[in-house]
Ligand binder design. Structure first.
Ligand SMILES: CC(C)(COP(=O)(O)OP(=O)(O)OC[C@H]1O[C@@H](n2cnc3c(N)ncnc32)[C@H](O)[C@@H]1OP(=O)(O)O)[C@@H](O)C(=O)NCCC(=O)NCCS
Length: 164
């Protein structure tokens, strides 16, 4: 069970050090992009700055009792859709309800986005993530195939059910 206070804050320039750790963690990478090759420092910097400066997207750091444990984002896509992504980079905090809680906090913020449609994509074998998403109101709407991507050939697309 989750104990401790979870909160979200906007990402800031000094957060790069967390991403440089998480983006090189093979266990995390295997659950997300699937690209396990080590990232050079300059690439970490480039991807991080792109994230920090992306005007259309919302990036939040997940804090547990004020300590950084992860990242959650909402990125603007086509036709009024937003895609959400989450990682709890500090693995000792997996499976304790914090992911579900962080999604809840993000969805509260998203209420301001005027009825946004929110979806995510997840690896079909990422059972922990899928449970957290189902518990947060997302439903499986089908498989998306990426035949060209050898690191991630398919995902499950899940969409947030809207209140009637
Ligand atoms: C995915 C992630 C954000 C979920 O956050 P979390 O805090 O670990 O998840 P929660 O504790 O809120 O919920 C996990 C659910 O999965 C279940 N679960 C826990 N461990 C599990 C396991 N090894 N296998 C399957 N289900 C598991 C839990 O019981 C819970 O469901 P329940 O409440 O219905 O019982 C987090 O685990 C994470 O960052 N993982 C690594 C990166 C990742 O996979 N990101 C998502 C990419 S799409």
């Amino acid at each position: 069970m989750a104990i401790g206070k979870l909160s979200l804050r906007k990402i800031k320039i000094t957060d790069e050090r967390y991403f440089s750790k998480w983006w090189r963690d093979k266990e995390l990478l295997a659950l997300t992009s699937g690209i396990l090759e080590p990232l050079a420092d300059k690439d970490v910097k480039r991807y991080f700055l792109a994230m920090l400066q992306s005007g259309n997207d919302y990036h939040f750091i997940i804090l547990l009792d004020g300590n950084v444990i992860g990242h959650i984002s909402l990125a603007k896509r086509k036709n009024g859709w937003y895609e959400t992504q989450i990682i709890i980079g500090e693995k000792k905090y997996w499976g304790r309800g914090y992911g579900t809680k962080a999604i809840h906090l993000l969805l509260e913020k998203a209420e301001k986005l005027n009825n946004a449609n929110i979806y995510l994509e997840v690896r079909p074998d990422n059972a922990r993530a899928i449970s957290a998403y189902e518990n947060s109101g997302f439903v499986n709407v089908g498989i998306k195939e990426y035949p060209e991507n050898k690191h991630l050939t398919q995902t499950i697309r899940m969409e947030l059910k809207k209140e009637p």
